[in-house]
Ligand binder design. Sequence first.
Ligand SMILES: [Zn+2]
Length: 146
Amino acid sequence: MSASPQPAKAVPVATPVTKPFWEGTAAGELRLQHCGACQHRFLYPRIRCPKCGSDRLDWVKASGRGRLYSYVINHMAAPGWQGEVPYVIAVVQLEEGVRMLSNLVGITPDPDSLELDMPLEVVFETRGNMTLPLFKSAAASKGASK
Ligand SMILES: [Zn+2]
């Protein structure tokens, strides 16, 4: 049996298709899938390009910068949820044009603190043996050294 500590919050489980993505987050990189046939970039990880169907896929490193495209503030803990509520579930539009689902951290989960199109940047949080890509305000990080 593994002696790894039980993470306080639910964590995803890597599959053969998603493993390169999670290896990226563990290395501090946000990775996107890239199609060698049509140059389309996308998430979530798939075995074929959603645009042209090619299986000539590889992985590229994203900048980690994006903007808040949409969000919902979740006030109700799901069964088994051990994190705090409320929290922000966000759709982040990455610089590369890819949209991904994540959580926002370091931002008050209140509409007054959340402005659509606000600049965001990825931060990584380790839970158990997985490292999750979360997002924080990029504007708030400038000049804030605490
Ligand atoms: Zn393609």
